[in-house]
Design a protein around this ligand. Structure first.
Ligand code: SF4
Length: 376
């Protein structure tokens, strides 16, 4: 996979928000939501991004599909800068700033789709299922006539088990369950023939019994239509199920950084980062509806502290040191960089290197931790 050219490539992406954007306040202090993150997503890839609420995973996901402009780093679609294309789209070739691109911005937007946590809010309440699903076909495949569109829509409805298709095609969004609405949102995204779908907590609002079905359906359809998923969740058992079904990767995010990423087997059976270990420790046997529905008890996990540091005032050195049971003095002074621990497995922790100064550094006592914390 790594030898292939990525469909989407993020390099050293930094996203900042002002306080006024986040809280509607007058101050314009900047808060870093995503901190120099690099991530490549390939054809037919699945990356399940997991982390606690507020860790920046949705912000990163929206950046990957061109909805958030980074203040630093770059986002490329098939080797072409997404935001440069956006800025220069509409300027005729030959004029200053204009240029010919292999991929137009509208093509990039079509290729990078999203399905949200709440499908009802993204479906037109005043249109029928057939009307909603016909829209992308009218726009992107104008050569299809009404009968062709209907045939395609009915085939998708049939595939996802919404039968008989005519019954569902005539319904309005409010006449369907949450699971059915999410299937319509998925079909709509797939009708764009996307290269990547950002599934942003797309199964979180579903009944536990429907979550596995929805993930199975997403994977089945991925194989049928050749797309990739950036699958965002706060639940590592869900991330694991999705990545395992697709032979994909898990990325673990903490305070705006991907602290560990790798093949699902590696990350779940050979976790390297203390935060990944804590997440897994708090997770029951996975792969069943029961497991997917159980409440995570990260508060019981082996952590120095429970409270998540404030993004406005992040810890010095390694952002995880205030909670890390393995933290040493060097961790309060320097930030670890992503370090390979396998062919496609990376971790941001000093412990990944046998020759790092970490091993000579003093262990961090509770008192030292409190002093550091008080000084901030
Ligand atoms: S660098 Fe230090 S504080 Fe950070 S995760 Fe590794 S051991 Fe813990």
């Amino acid at each position: 996979m790594s030898a292939d050219r990525p469909v989407v490539s993020l390099e050293d992406v930094r996203i900042e928000f002002t306080k006024s954007q986040l809280f509607g306040l007058a101050q314009d202090e900047r808060i870093t939501a995503v901190n120099d993150v690099s991530l490549d997503i390939y054809e037919n890839d699945v990356v399940a991004l997991v982390g606690e609420s507020g860790c920046g995973k949705t912000t990163l996901g929206k950046t990957a599909i061109g909805l958030n402009r980074p203040v630093g780093g770059s986002v490329e679609y098939r080797g072409q800068d997404v935001f440069e294309t956006k800025d220069r789209s509409g300027i005729p070739s030959g004029l200053l700033g204009g240029g010919d691109f292999e991929h137009s911005f509208s093509e990039i937007r079509r290729s990078l789709q999203i399905i949200h946590q709440d499908p009802e809010s993204s479906l037109d309440a005043n249109d029928t299922v057939e009307g909603i699903l016909a829209e992308p076909l009218k726009r992107w495949q104008p050569e299809l006539d009404r009968r062709d569109r209907r045939e395609r829509i009915y085939a998708f409805l049939d595939y996802v088990g919404m039968v008989p298709p005519k019954d569902f095609a005539d319904r309005y969004p409010h006449e369907m369950s949450g699971g059915q609405q999410q299937r319509i949102a998925l079909i709509r995204a797939l009708l764009m023939e996307p290269d990547l779908i950002l599934a942003d907590e797309a199964i979180s609002a579903l009944d536990v019994s429907l979550r596995v079905d929805m993930m199975d359906l997403m994977i089945d359809l991925q194989e049928a239509v050749n797309t990739s998923y950036l699958f965002i969740t706060h639940d590592i058992s869900t991330a694991r199920y999705m990545a395992e079904r697709a032979d994909g990767r898990i990325g673990v995010m903490y305070l705006g950084e991907i602290v560990e990423i790798g093949p699902v087997e590696e990350v779940t059976h050979n976790p390297q980062h203390p935060y990944t270990k804590a997440l897994l420790w708090a997770t029951p046997d996975m792969g069943s509806n029961e497991a997917l529905g159980r409440t995570q008890r990260l508060e019981d996990a082996p952590l120095r502290r429970l409270d998540i540091p404030d993004l406005e005032n992040p810890p010095s050195g390694c952002y995880f040191h205030t909670r890390c049971p393995e933290a040493r003095t060097v961790c309060t002074e320097h930030a670890p960089k992503p370090t390979p621990v396998g062919e496609t497995h990376e971790v941001s922790c000093f412990r990944a290197r046998d020759d790092h100064d970490y091993w000579e550094s003093e262990e961090l006592s509770e008192d030292a931790e409190m002093e550091i914390s008080d000084r901030r």
